[in-house]
Unconditional design. Structure first.
Length: 150
């Protein structure tokens, strides 16, 4: 009986191992904020533009879920700007849309992590700015001499 239970738990853990779960440790979130400021990681907000009135996590790019579903130019440019060898942190309002996008990124070979919902991140003490940071390829086209991330 005990052996069967351990086998079941092991299979359950392995089956759900790629499902993205939000990070909850405040230390990890503070670390994410600091890294986002210096470009060591990419933070992506997948809320719709109409949801950004309360701001975004400092340094975060905006890629609305509708753009992700459309798989258009903005989606493709954003994916091209994310280095596959570095961590990318994704959040939305609560965590569900972020989880779906993180799963997609993982399938494409990115080191992606769901960090949950905006209000919880804001309450944890992460800095908030009024507007999203420019996405990599857009910055590179608009600012002469600036190198794209990655």
């Amino acid at each position: 009986m005990t052996r069967r239970f351990i086998h079941f738990i092991t299979l359950a853990v392995l089956s759900f191992g790629t499902y993205s779960t939000p990070l909850t440790a405040a230390d990890n979130l503070k670390s994410t904020e600091i890294k986002a400021q210096v470009g060591a990681v990419t933070v992506i907000d997948v809320r719709e533009t109409s949801e950004l009135k309360d701001g975004v996590i400092a340094g975060a790019w905006s890629l609305p879920t509708s753009e992700i579903k459309a798989k258009g130019a903005r989606y493709k440019e954003t994916l091209a700007a994310i280095p596959k060898d570095k961590d990318v942190y994704v959040y939305c309002a609560v965590g569900g849309r972020a989880a779906r996008f993180v799963d997609e990124l993982i399938r494409k070979g990115y080191k992606a992590h769901n960090i949950g919902g905006f209000q919880d991140l804001k309450k944890s003490g992460l800095a908030v700015q009024p507007k999203p940071a420019p996405t990599g390829p857009i910055v590179c086209r608009e600012v002469a001499g600036q190198k794209c991330p990655g």
